[in-house]
Design a protein around this ligand. Structure first.
Ligand code: SF4
Length: 340
């Protein structure tokens, strides 16, 4: 659970059920500063003179407010729309894509008007009938650490459970899933866990759950009947990477009940970076050991002029071959969506 250093309540948010619930949870904690602010003053309440400090104080800040725009962003190719429940994340993964997305103060924000957001989701589902509409709940956040404050995931899972043509999916690096186990999901929600070798997690994924805790959480939600998936990402090709990623895949098998025979979905993504991300990371984590030496990588031109640095063709072919063989050997019944 996310324990912020400061909670900023935007105008009107304390008059809502979620706002009150959050206030009651934090009001007696002397270590949490409570700030009432009008929405245009959020950033001025978050201290920091440079990006390094602003990043850290932003990550310690919870903003409670209304989601004003109810237009959902598209989310291709994995889903039709992003479902805006939370934005930002308490985690401090050095390579996180949010580092370049959330500006100079990447605070965590929860929305108090979940009912309105779900009503809008219903409209999107109806507009696309008879097709199925898939919503992604973690496009700009990791929603799990906020769940004790909002109950938003459970509400969404049960809402989508009742929608014949609605589906929901989200991904997390956390393990606090107990409140979701009795949700009436009706097999309409897929929960993915982003995992990596213990070494990568220790070095780069600060303030997140360990690999074994994430896998234990995956087993719990699988036992509760949810479709589960694992995103192994970002894959780093360091000394001994094959042994360590093999052990990681085996550790999933070891934790599952022996008779578990449902299909598990795997997605595997190699490490890559853009120059913009690299520059931002070097400001926030000046001591980073992330492998970002351009000469060791291949430059791949992307859309809109945003190229990225990826592993070489031969390295990627070897990686693809390795993961497909290992996953299929350990989980013959699995679905490997992609290894890229
Ligand atoms: Fe980013 Fe995910 Fe890490 Fe949060 S847990 S900092 S969203 S990579």
């Amino acid at each position: 659970m996310f324990i912020p250093k400061r909670v900023i309540f935007e105008k009107g948010s304390l008059d809502t059920e979620i706002g009150q619930n959050i206030y009651n949870k934090v009001k007696d904690n002397p270590k949490i500063e409570i700030i009432n602010a009008s929405s245009n003053r959020i950033k001025s309440n978050i201290p920091g003179d440079n990006l390094y400090e602003q990043y850290r104080s932003g990550k310690e800040t919870l903003v409670v407010g209304e989601r004003k725009s109810l237009k959902f962003q598209t989310c291709k190719p994995s889903a039709n729309y992003q479902l805006p429940l939370v934005s930002g994340c308490m985690g401090r993964c050095e390579y996180c894509y949010l580092n370049t997305q959330l500006g100079d103060k990447p605070y965590v924000r929860v929305f108090v008007n979940i009912d309105e957001i779900l009503k809008k989701a219903k409209q999107y589902i109806d507009e696309r009938l008879p097709s199925v509409t898939i919503f992604e709940g973690a496009a700009t956040s990791d929603p799990i650490p906020l769940e004790p404050y909002t109950n938003a995931l459970k509400k969404t899972i049960e809402f989508i459970g009742k929608e014949e043509k609605g589906r929901f999916r989200f991904v997390t690096k956390y393990n606090d899933v107990d409140s979701l186990l009795d949700a009436k999901h009706n097999n309409h929600t897929e929960i993915r866990f982003s995992i990596n070798t213990p070494k990568v997690i220790d070095i780069y994924e600060h303030h997140t759950a360990s690999a074994s805790k994430r896998i234990e959480a995956a087993v719990k939600v699988a036992n509760a009947g949810y479709q589960i998936g694992f995103i192994i990402a970002p894959v780093f090709l360091y000394d001994n990477w094959k042994e360590e990623y093999r052990d990681l895949i085996k550790s999933i098998k070891d934790k599952l009940p022996h008779d578990f025979d449902k299909q598990i979905i795997f997605e595997v993504i190699s490490h890559r970076y853009t120059t913009k991300a690299k520059n931002r990371i070097l400001e926030i984590f000046p001591e980073t050991t992330l492998p970002m030496n351009d000469d060791d990588r291949k430059f791949k031109y992307g859309q809109f002029g945003y190229g990225k640095y990826v592993y070489s063709k031969e390295e990627l072919a070897d990686m693809k071959d390795f993961f497909i063989k290992e996953i299929k050997y350990i989980f013959p019944n699995s679905l490997i969506k992609y290894v890229i």
